[in-house]
Ligand binder design. Structure first.
Ligand code: TRP
Length: 456
């Protein structure tokens, strides 16, 4: 039975960009940047993408293409039966489920906002009215669970379609559409009075709100946004043909992803500053800012429909990649049928998402946990997957690729004729990535301070 393959190299780039570009860029990046005070955080983020993210992406795609397998089977093939490396693949499957579980809840919010946009709800609303819509939505268990289920059904529907006629086909249409929309919106936001302050906020490396925790947050955001550290890019690489150049394709994906996150910030922050909203207001940021712009502008009704529907689809091409890792792992290992695995994984992912769906209200998972620990259940799953599990997965992948896999294999997969570039990549994957990620972990766990070399 064939596992499936991308129709072309461009198909891979679009599908991988579809995985990378999602709520991480449009919802998560602006609110995290806002909480971290902008500027220096943006710079740190870029450093993480180039020095850590991109080398790991190359490594993941390499392992996938080499073995033509999903993560667990891939590590089995390369490290041999009886080795412990396949556990890294399993860790990816677990992380995938965890991310899927809260991702679908947030994606569910975007479905609700699409609905509100279609009904013309935002027109003429005040900033306060719009804020209230968000607070009411996240506080409603029924709406959250319903939308979460709906989004899971959409995800399963695409993944059942398979690699080429499911995932690739949708990415080809949706990614370019999202890009055009965001550029259009950015042009509009360019004429808002808050543009100057927004540009300064995002790009000027001011240090006032900077803490050591920002480094971990920037690293986590890079992993999350580039879909790294759990085998998603590895799985997508397993459908890639031998003639594709991995460094070049990966660079495209990273550049597109960073571009979309930047564009999203240049849409969100001008609105925030023009309407006197708070940049650090957390996960509700885009749900309170973007509708506000639409409520004021001519043609806002149409644009709001298009934008929110596109965000739903951007989320969809990402959740699809999370689901695909789980699905293809089980297919490769046990030979089960794709449709059965998809539906089963969908049900499990949905069930795991229920506590996140209940995180907005007064329940234990929401207000209760927040009072005790400072974070709701959803915030905890988001924080621990992005900032801990993905970097840990990436660190181990880097060690495996740099120190366990022979350089004959990595050189061949990297592609001939790039020997200088290959050497740079090797230094990054062998030393820079493990040391950088390791240090960030030590710092954030407080161990460096114990050893007397930490900084506040
Ligand atoms: N990168 C996606 C986003 O930015 C989310 C995502 C999809 C993801 N697949 C992943 C994150 C795998 C980590 C690992 O929205």
């Amino acid at each position: 039975m064939s596992r499936g393959a991308w129709a072309s190299k461009l198909g891979f780039i679009l599908a991988a960009a579809g995985s990378a570009i999602g709520l991480g860029n449009i919802w998560r990046f602006p609110f995290v940047t806002g909480q971290r005070g902008g500027g220096l955080f943006y710079l740190l983020y870029l450093v993480c993408v180039v020095l850590v993210g991109l080398p790991i992406m190359v490594a993941e795609v390499m392992i996938g293409r080499r073995t033509q397998s999903s993560p667990v089977a891939a590590f089995k093939k390369l490290a041999g039966e009886g080795s412990r490396w396949p556990l890294l693949g399993w860790m990816g499957v677990v992380t995938g489920f965890l991310i899927l579980s809260f991702y679908n809840v947030v994606a569910g919010w975007t479905i609700h906002y699409s609905y509100l946009a279609i009904t013309g709800f935002f027109a003429g609303q005040s900033a306060q009215g719009i804020s209230q819509v968000f607070d009411t939505l996240v506080g409603s268990p029924r709406a959250n669970i319903g939308y979460q289920a709906l989004f899971m059904v959409l995800t399963v529907a695409v993944v059942i379609g398979g690699v080429r006629s499911g995932i690739e086909r949708w990415s080809r249409i949706l990614m370019p559409a999202l890009f055009v929309m965001l550029v259009g919106l950015m042009v509009y936001c360019f004429f808002l009075p808050g543009i100057g302050e927004a540009v300064r906020f995002v790009f000027a490396p001011h240090t006032d709100k900077f803490t050591p925790g920002s480094v971990l947050e920037a690293l986590g955001q890079a992993f999350f946004s580039l879909s790294l550290g759990m085998g998603a890019m590895l799985t997508y690489g397993s459908y890639l043909s031998k003639d594709a150049r991995i460094p070049r394709s990966s660079t495209w994906v990273a550049v597109l992803d960073t571009l979309i996150a930047t564009l999203a910030s240049l849409v969100v922050f001008p609105i925030i500053f023009s309407f006197d909203l708070q940049p650090g207001s957390g996960p509700g940021l885009i749900f309170k800012s973007i509708p506000l712009a639409f409520s004021q502008m001519p043609g806002g009704h149409m644009l709001s429909v298009v934008l929110f529907v596109l965000i739903v689809f951007a989320g969809l091409t990402s959740s699809v990649s999370l689901q695909e890792v789980v699905t293809s792992s089980l297919i490769d290992l046990y030979g089960w049928r794709r449709d059965k695995v998809c539906i089963g994984a969908g049900v499990v992912g949905f069930a795991m998402g229920v506590p996140s769906a209940l995180s907005g209200g007064k329940s234990f998972f929401g207000a209760g946990l927040k009072r005790m620990t400072g974070r709701t259940f959803l915030d905890w799953v988001d924080f621990s997957t992005a900032n801990l599990m993905l970097p840990a997965g990436g660190l181990l992948t880097a060690i495996f690729t740099g120190h366990v896999l022979g350089s004959d294999i990595t050189r061949e997969e990297f592609g001939g004729g790039h020997s200088a570039l290959y050497s740079v990549w090797q230094v990054l994957i062998k030393w820079v990535v493990p040391v950088a990620v390791g240090l960030v972990f030590l710092q954030s766990s407080g161990l460096l301070k114990v050893m007397g070399i930490g900084w506040e």
